[in-house]
Design a protein around this ligand. Structure first.
Ligand SMILES: [Zn+2]
Length: 211
C-alpha cells in the first residue's frame, strides 16, 4: 500500500492530470463535517431534522457521498497492481457494457450507464476486472460524461502503451430527467478514441459493429 505522503501527492499531480486533483483523506472528522452540512441543508429545505426518519440521515448521506466519490482517493498504480501481462496478439480486445455510477458536476445529481472499451494491444494486455476498476476510479467523482469517456480512454493507453484505445459511453442523467427539461427518455452517448483508432476508420467500425 502506498501512503499519501506530501511527497507522492506532488508526484501524482505532475504525472498525469487524470489523477485525482488532491488525495484528500477522509476520516471520521470529515464525515462529521459533511454530515453537519447535510443537516443544515435539510433544515434549509424546510424539513425537521429531529423527525425520527431523519435523525441519522445526515451521517448516512455523508457516508454515501464519501463512498460515491471515492475515485478522488484512488490511484492507478494501486488499482493495476501488476495485472498487466505480455501478449503477442494484435487483434482488438473489447470489454463491453461496464456499468458506472457518477455525479454530474453541474448539479451533483447522479448520472449512470455503461461504457464499452476496445483496444489494440502492443505487447501488453490488462486484467479485465482492472478495466472496470479504472472506470470506477474516474466515475466516482464529480464528472461530466464527456470527460469520463476521455479519461478512461487516455489512461488505458498510458498504462498499456496500446496502439490505440476507443471508448463508447451511454449515460442517463437525472439532471435531465427530474429537473430542467424533464426529458425522461433521453440518453447521452459519448465516444473517444486515440492512437490507431484516430487514423483507421475501419477499426472504429469493427468496434462499433461489436457493440
Ligand atoms: Zn447536470
Amino acid at each position: 500500500m502506498v501512503k499519501d505522503t506530501p511527497d507522492n501527492i506532488n508526484d501524482t499531480e505532475t504525472k498525469s492530470e487524470n489523477q485525482a486533483p488532491r488525495a484528500t483523506e477522509v476520516n471520521e472528522e470529515t464525515v462529521r463535517k459533511i454530515a453537519e452540512h447535510y443537516r443544515a441543508i435539510i433544515e434549509l429545505i424546510g424539513e425537521d431534522t429531529d423527525r425520527e426518519g431523519l435523525l441519522k440521515t445526515p451521517v448516512r448521506a455523508a457516508k454515501a457521498l464519501v463512498y460515491a466519490t471515492q475515485g478522488y482517493r484512488k490511484n492507478v498504480s494501486e488499482i493495476v497492481n501488476g495485472a498487466v501481462f505480455s501478449h503477442e496478439g494484435s487483434r482488438m480486445i473489447i470489454v463491453r457494457d461496464i456499468e458506472f455510477y457518477s455525479f454530474c458536476e453541474h448539479h451533483i445529481l447522479p448520472f449512470f450507464g455503461t461504457i464499452s472499451i476496445g483496444y489494440i494491444p502492443d505487447g501488453k494486455i490488462i486484467g479485465l476486472s482492472k478495466v472496470a476498476r479504472i472506470v470506477d476510479m474516474f466515475a466516482r467523482r464529480l464528472q461530466v460524461q464527456e470527460r469520463l469517456t476521455e479519461q478512461v480512454c487516455s489512461e488505458l493507453r498510458d498504462i498499456l502503451s496500446a496502439k490505440g484505445v476507443i471508448a463508447h459511453c451511454t449515460g442517463q442523467h437525472l439532471c435531465m430527467k427530474m429537473r430542467g427539461v424533464e426529458k425522461q427518455q433521453s440518453v447521452t452517448t459519448t465516444t473517444d478514441y486515440n492512437g490507431i483508432f484516430a487514423t483507421d476508420p475501419a477499426l472504429r467500425q469493427e468496434f462499433y459493429a461489436s457493440l
